[in-house]
Design a protein around this ligand. Structure first.
Ligand SMILES: Nc1ncnc2c1ncn2[C@@H]1O[C@H](COP(=O)(O)OP(=O)(O)O)[C@@H](O)[C@H]1O
Ligand SMILES: [Mg+2]
Length: 508
């Protein structure tokens, strides 16, 4: 007898349907074969399914069992086919009634028949919604992750035995309650607040501009000056994620197995701080079965690259394209995928290898030329994507204790949010969501400059000698400063402030 059970495979971040066909032949020696491009984990499914069925009190048929995962040309990865295979075998051997081919089954089995956490549940739920499946069967531990997707009934399965009883209408499993985005939303408590950072007014202001305009930032300063602290505080002033953004981010975390158990969604902007020894694949994504890297885990959040010049050149080069496009394309023999990677880059660097260059308190022990070479290790094209350069000086203890900051992240965030609203309105009808993303063409039409601003810029460019690229960045940053001030026109004062963050020519 032939049984068909609907399941799915995750390709990139999206799930696609896979039909699990189980055929049990009455003749021939007992065997158990899985075909349809299974990987090792799917192959091993045979052992898990066999034990799980036996340990659930059902009978594992001693016959010729063939399982086909269709479509056959799509590689099948991971243990999520355990449940549909087990259900298919129970149907084909007459131990379960037929199930609807519009019901989706996903889940890894343990040997005793209980269901284990399975990655990618949100993507499968969205597939079920798109296919208009009335019902899905997921491991109960993951059911909250699906609860946000409306229009489908989610049956949380604890074990094969409880599912068996449910399908025989002996004991019903209660469907998981739906949660609206607002219900699920919780208030984020940040570990770091701007109010806790003493002094560093210029750096804090720069982070406010970065948050409001989506500008990448470079923090330069000696060790201990507070660069890491500043970067870690940035998420606390970023606008809250929208529902759509939450789904995007959660899919990435779900597929990579980074979603904390029992959590429905990632509500908060991610903060990722990969070390400079992180491999190219770890940062950008890849491996035999492509997986998102740190830049995608930082999607819609912050990627903090501390000791930026220490990142290997080829890794920095690989960062270029995703920084530009907001997504990363990975092609492998098993297929090519695209992952989103729209993040705010906060790069930090000591002024030189020893860290003391320019310090009044300590002596720099670097050789001449070494300092400049250190900064030049980051190539021009990467600098092109960084609009704000901020120097973070070492502040003495006395100064730190004397200066007190009163502004909390909450107050700053409110300003950021209203500035974003203004810029979004201006950018409506374009593919850009923030000032930082604007192309030079969009900049020209959307940010006209008054004659006085133009002549001021001309003066400044003679004096500081900045390039056309530098020019563009200054106007973009000026636009964000004007948005923060709720002013429709960019003024000389806005540009004058933007000039402070322009970095050094030759580097920037
Ligand atoms: N302006 C500041 N206000 C409060 N604490 C600070 C400040 N600057 C530095 N610190 C504290 O000093 C320590 C070193 O700062 P850190 O951010 O790690 O420096 P860096 O990354 O520049 O080497 C941290 O414990 C940090 O919290
Ligand atoms: Mg640091």
């Amino acid at each position: 007898m032939l049984a068909k059970v609907l399941s799915g495979a995750v390709v990139g971040l999206e799930a696609v349907p896979v039909t699990v066909e189980v055929d049990i032949a009455s003749q021939g020696l007992p065997s158990f074969t899985i075909v349809g491009l299974p990987d090792k984990a799917v192959e091993e499914s045979r052992e898990r399914v066999r034990s799980a069925i036996k340990n659930s009190g059902a009978e594992f048929p001693a016959k010729r069992i063939t399982v086909n995962l269709a479509p056959a040309d799509l590689p099948k990865v991971g243990p999520s086919y355990d449940l549909p295979i087990a259900v298919g075998i129970l149907i084909a051997s007459g131990q379960l009634p037929l199930v609807s081919e519009k019901e989706l089954y996903i889940g890894e089995l343990s040997l005793d028949g209980t269901l284990r956490h399975t990655n990618g549940i949100l993507s499968y739920s969205l597939l079920a919604q798109a296919l208009r499946c009335p019902r899905v069967f997921f491991p109960s531990i993951d059911s909250r992750e699906a609860a946000i997707v409306s229009g489908i009934e989610i049956i949380p399965v604890v074990s094969l035995l409880t599912l068996f009883q449910h399908l025989h209408a002996l004991t019903r499993i209660e469907p998981t309650k739906h949660e609206s985005f607002e219900d699920a939303l919780s208030e984020q408590v940040f570990d770091f607040d701007m109010a806790d950072i003493m002094g560093q007014e210029q750096a804090k202001r720069a982070l406010e501009i970065a948050a409001a305009g989506g500008h990448n930032v470079y923090l330069h300063g000696p060790p201990g000056s507070g660069k890491t602290l500043l970067a870690r505080t940035l998420p606390s002033i970023l606008p809250a994620l929208t529902e759509e953004e939450c789904l995007e981010v959660t899919k990435i975390y779900s597929v990579t197995g980074n979603l904390p158990a029992g959590q429905s969604l990632i509500f908060f902007r991610p903060f990722r701080a990969p070390h400079h020894t992180t491999s190219r694949i770890g940062l950008i994504g890849g491996s035999a079965h492509p997986m998102p890297g740190e830049i995608s885990l930082a999607h819609r959040g912050v990627l903090f690259a501390d000791e930026f010049p220490e990142f290997p050149r080829h890794v920095l080069e690989a960062l270029r394209q995703p920084l530009e496009d907001g997504e990363v394309h990975i092609s492998r023999a098993s297929g090519s995928v695209t992952y989103p990677s729209k993040f705010l880059l906060v790069a930090a660097s000591n002024p030189c290898p020893c860290g003391n260059f320019g310090s009044e308190l300590k002596r720099c022990t670097c050789l001449p030329g070494q300092v400049r070479r250190y900064q030049l290790r980051v190539s021009g094209p990467i600098f092109d994507r960084i609009d704000l350069h901020v120097s973070v000086p070492a502040v003495s203890i006395e100064k730190l204790t004397r200066s007190y900051s009163s502004e909390s992240s909450k107050d700053i965030k409110a300003r950021v949010q209203s500035a974003r609203k203004i810029s979004l309105k201006r950018l409506s009808g374009t593919p850009f969501l923030s000032n930082g993303e604007m192309s030079s063409k969009a900049l020209k039409t959307l940010c006209p400059l008054s004659p006085s601003v133009l002549s001021f810029l001309e003066h400044a460019s003679h004096r500081f000698g900045f390039s056309a690229r530098g020019f563009t960045k200054i106007i973009k940053v000026g636009r964000t400063i004007a948005d923060l001030a709720h002013e429709s026109e960019i003024s000389v004062a806005h540009i004058a402030e933007a000039l402070q963050y322009r970095g050094h020519e030759g580097v920037a």
